[in-house]
Design a protein around this ligand. Structure first.
Ligand SMILES: Cc1ncc(C[n+]2csc(CCOP(=O)(O)OP(=O)(O)O)c2C)c(N)n1
Ligand code: SF4
Length: 556
């Protein structure tokens, strides 16, 4: 008989996980997967997320986990990061443990909920996972969301290894419940996407549903109640600091040479350790839990002549140490040029900052060339851009095309050079509106289907309300392609959504972006540009990558 995945032992809160015919143990996984596995093991009831590199694999792991399925853990993608965080807060309100994941810029979208969840606090444990992308491997900026954690005054975790990522999430829900607040956990690209051996722990049962008894005091942020909650949040800081001070994650390592003291945050500890395989030369304070452990920091500052701060992202700790007027303390890091001001740290850049000579083992072979990214051959976005470019070149040379974020952003590059902007998700429609208001004609927007439902729909409503003369192209490949082909929230319903928002159905035009249809497409594009109101063009053809994957899967 097939072994069941789970068996519940009645005398403890633990559930034995029989996935690998053992209850738990060591397994080699990505940082993102360690986070997902830890959440499942810690009694997660729901993950809420919108895809975004480097966070996507967390939710995908839970979606593909037979145990998560068996335990009925919610894992469907949300429409955007704000809806995801609000749903996670709702699940926590009902007493269950929830995880909310996003890439760093997703926290900008969810910021309204984030800041206010810090006021209400939580009921079931809640972890908000931000995956930051220093060096912008696949992002439009490299913001460091520890600043957001400080802004919201919430406790934060920033693992230095995959094992720590696992342990922090496993115990993080309980910590969140103990403190009464959501925990912000920050990882960066290398942590999310590199693999290591991780020791897993026994599986815990999910919380039973229990709504908060004091819910009406906590969750209704009317001014009189919100003022009380803010005082509570301020008062809670002392407790957050005490917990951080005694955290097993913030560790002081003494070493013989006190001419320098080193502070590491998050993954920088890993990079430092690689440079000292035989033990540290200088005292090191490893910080992976915030608020900052002040007495440990003071000890390091008092015992060492100078301080070097190694942190991935902004100089958050370095700036705090320097303050505005602390002339006495010699602090080195990203602000004084000891390390580069932007981009990722590496073991080598850390070694250089310490004056350690670096041996280059693997020089880049000459045959390896930097290649700009490009739309796949056969992609429907190509045909859409080709037809659009021809119309604009022939009839509207002063047209401005406001772009958005997705595979189609690559239409900015040769050979198309088809878009004039790409700022944030949804901005194509609203920027085109503002430009049209200023007199730009024709003002066009090019947006993907997933980006449209993420944050384009409200901008469309603004256009409809003012009958803005604007032509919006929703380039519909029926998936969220850029992040790997996740479901897109509006698939099959885009025309209905646009009509529901108030676009005249006569000006919602669907087309199939193929070479053989160019003349028909061009005629429609021209007609709708000539229309002095809101028109929506929907070139629709499935992404060839998802199509190929489906075909392969159906042959198996
Ligand atoms: C606020 C925010 N969340 C997530 C992302 C990651 N991201 C980039 S493009 C994209 C979606 C693209 O899907 P779609 O608009 O359908 O275009 P496609 O890639 O399919 O052409 C996502 C999720 C981001 N850049 N910003
Ligand atoms: S992944 Fe899909 S949408 Fe993206 S460029 Fe390739 S075919 Fe086009």
């Amino acid at each position: 008989m097939k072994k069941p995945y789970l068996s519940v032992s009645l005398d403890t809160k633990h559930i034995v996980d029989n996935r690998n015919t053992k209850s738990h143990g060591k397994t080699s996984i990505l940082g993102d997967e360690a986070i997902a596995q830890a959440a499942i093991d810690a009694g997660l009831s729901g993950v809420y997320a919108y895809p975004g590199t480097p966070s996507t694999e967390i939710t995908e792991y839970i979606q593909n986990s037979p145990i998560a399925k068996e335990r009925n853990i919610h894992s469907r993608w949300s429409a955007n990061e704000k809806t995801a965080m609000e749903a996670a807060l709702g699940m926590s309100y009902a007493g269950k443990r929830s995880l909310c994941c996003m890439k760093h810029v997703g926290l900008n979208v969810a910021a309204d909920c984030f800041m206010n969840a810090a006021m209400s606090g939580i009921n079931g444990g809640m972890i908000i996972l931000t995956a930051d992308d220093p060096s912008m491997h696949s992002s439009q900026n490299e913001q460091d969301n520890r600043m957001f954690g400080n802004f919201a005054m919430l406790p934060m975790l920033e693992p230095s290894s995959q094992q720590e990522a696992y342990d922090m999430v496993y115990s993080g829900f309980e910590l969140s419940e103990r403190l009464g607040y959501p925990i912000l956990m920050r990882v960066t690209t290398r942590m999310a996407h590199s693999r290591a051996g991780v020791e897993t722990k026994p599986m815990v049962e999910q919380n039973t549903m229990h709504c908060p008894e004091d819910g009406k005091q906590r969750y209704i942020l009317l001014p009189a109640l919100a003022r009380q909650r803010f005082k509570k949040l301020i008062a809670a800081q002392e407790n957050f600091e005490a917990v951080s001070e005694s955290s097993p994650y913030n560790v002081y390592y003494d070493a013989p040479d006190h001419s320098l003291g080193i502070i590491t945050t998050g993954i920088a500890f890993n990079y430092l350790s690689e440079n000292y395989p035989d033990g540290f030369k200088h005292p090191v304070l490893k910080i992976t839990q915030y608020p900052l452990p002040m007495s440990k920091l003071e000890k390091l500052v008092e015992e060492c002549d100078e301080i070097l701060v190694l942190e991935e992202g902004y100089p958050v700790v370095e700036q705090q140490l320097k303050g505005f007027l602390s002339k006495g303390l010699k602090v080195h890091g990203r602000l004084d040029g000891t390390l580069q001001r932007d981009g990722e740290l590496t073991p080598d850049s850390v070694g250089k900052a310490l004056g350690i000579s670096i041996t280059e083992y693997y020089a880049k072979p000459e045959v390896v060339e930097q290649r700009p990214p490009a739309l796949c051959q056969g992609c429907g976005h190509r045909d859409m851009f080709q037809a659009l470019n021809e119309v604009l070149a022939e009839h509207y040379p002063s047209a401005k095309v406001f772009g958005d974020i997705g595979c189609y952003t690559l239409g900015a590059l040769p050979p198309f050079r088809a878009i004039d902007s790409c700022i944030d998700m949804g901005a194509s429609i609203t920027m085109a509106k503002g430009a049209a208001d200023a007199g730009v004609y024709p003002a066009l927007s090019v947006i993907g289907d997933s980006t449209f439902t993420h944050s384009g729909m409200t901008g469309l409503l603004d256009c409809v309300n003012e009958q803005t003369p604007i032509t919006i192209v929703i380039s519909d490949n029926e998936t969220t392609a850029m992040t790997g082909g996740q479901d897109s929230a509006g698939t099959g319903r885009l025309e209905a959504i646009c009509a529901g928002i108030g676009v005249d159905p006569a000006h919602i035009r669907v087309m199939v972006p193929l070479k053989k249809n160019y003349e028909e497409m061009k005629a429609i594009i021209r007609e709708e540009i000539e229309y002095k109101g809101v028109s929506v063009l929907i070139p629709r053809r499935e992404c060839i990558q998802t199509l190929t994957r489906k075909k392969k899967a159906s042959k198996k």
